[in-house]
Design a protein around this ligand. Structure first.
Ligand SMILES: [Zn+2]
Length: 249
């Protein structure tokens, strides 16, 4: 086989790259929206062989500006099913399974099946749930975007977690949601501004963090990266582990 016949030849040329470690990593992707589309695309291109994708939602036309795998013909289909179908075209060896569920409804044992988790969610309640479930069990690479800005946080080992980094405003919003009806956590979520460019950058950073973790490189664990698209800057902040954080106190 010539070098041009190996789909992974060029990434194997990266110093220290271990294709076997990348291919055998079992990945949980939570959310099949913008970040989930782009993240699964990258994982499939890396040659990751096992992905589980969690999403209960259906495609609407307003998703099409930033979801790499969706077309107008897919409107009304389940997001996760379409991502799974299309990702297999990139990597025929990919085994991608779909969970048509809210992440909050999946049992604790579910997380034993994975080595890495990706938070590709658009609401804080689900992100906090995923954070609490992953903490101390498997690294979580959480992403978020709004307009030109985005954020990536890595929680690994006993590092500070997503909840450690919550602001008072986040808590206030969360309290408003929980106290509103209890069962409609997304009720007060406004339709956030969202760009395909920010989606690509943040999902790209999330999957790059995955590659770094797999290879034991220094990652963003315990830190978060803020991307300011208008200034064209990224800033990395170290998060203090909060003593009173309910996830690991
Ligand atoms: Zn914490």
């Amino acid at each position: 086989m010539g070098v041009d016949d190996d789909a992974y030849d060029r990434q194997k040329r990266v110093d220290g790259w271990n294709q076997n470690a990348v291919s055998t990593a079992r990945c949980l992707v939570v959310g099949a929206g913008a970040l989930g589309n782009e993240g699964v695309k990258n994982l499939a291109q890396f040659g990751v062989a096992k992905i589980t994708l969690v999403d209960f939602d259906e495609i609407v036309a307003a998703n099409l500006n930033r979801c790499a795998f969706f077309t107008a013909a897919d409107v009304g289909e389940k997001k996760a099913e379409v991502v799974a179908r299309e990702a297999k075209k990139i990597s025929p060896l990919l085994e991608i399974s779909v969970k048509d569920a809210h992440i909050e409804d999946l049992p604790e044992e579910f997380y034993k099946n994975f080595d890495y988790a990706f938070g590709c969610l658009d609401n804080l309640g689900a992100r906090l749930h995923l954070n609490a479930q992953c903490y101390g069990k498997l690294p979580l690479i959480d992403g978020g975007t709004t307009g030109f800005n985005g954020k990536v946080q890595v929680v690994a080992g006993k590092s500070a977690c997503v909840e450690c980094g919550l602001s008072r405003r986040d808590y206030k919003l969360l309290w408003m949601k929980y106290s509103c009806t209890g069962d409609a956590l997304d009720f007060l979520d406004p339709k956030m501004p969202a760009l395909p460019t920010t989606t690509s950058i943040i999902a790209g950073l999330q999957t790059a963090e995955f590659a770094k973790l797999v290879h034991g490189c220094e990652s963003l664990a315990g830190k978060y990266l803020f991307y300011d698209g208008l200034k064209g800057e990224t800033r990395v902040y170290t998060l203090q582990k909060r003593k009173a954080c309910p996830v690991h106190r």
